[in-house]
Design a protein. Sequence first.
Length: 94
Amino acid sequence: MPIEDSITLGIIFVNIILTLVLLVIYSRNYRAIGSKMVLGLLFFAAAFLIENILNFFFYNSLLTQGIYGFTTFITAVSVLELIGLLILVYVTWK
């Protein structure tokens, strides 16, 4: 497996971790506040977590089958998601 693919899988894994952090923060906020807005954020984070997990397994299965044409696209999307998640975690944490 080329190093670019390992980096992409690592980025996707970091996205999963950051989404889990958001889920923990949102669930704590929902227990404390009970707002529908926070509940909506909780469902959004859960859906985003599922998307990232599916992305990880989909990309990994492509690589195990020797299909390497999607590397640039998936890397670009994953990096954009990473930037967005980093900003969202930072803003939520504050």
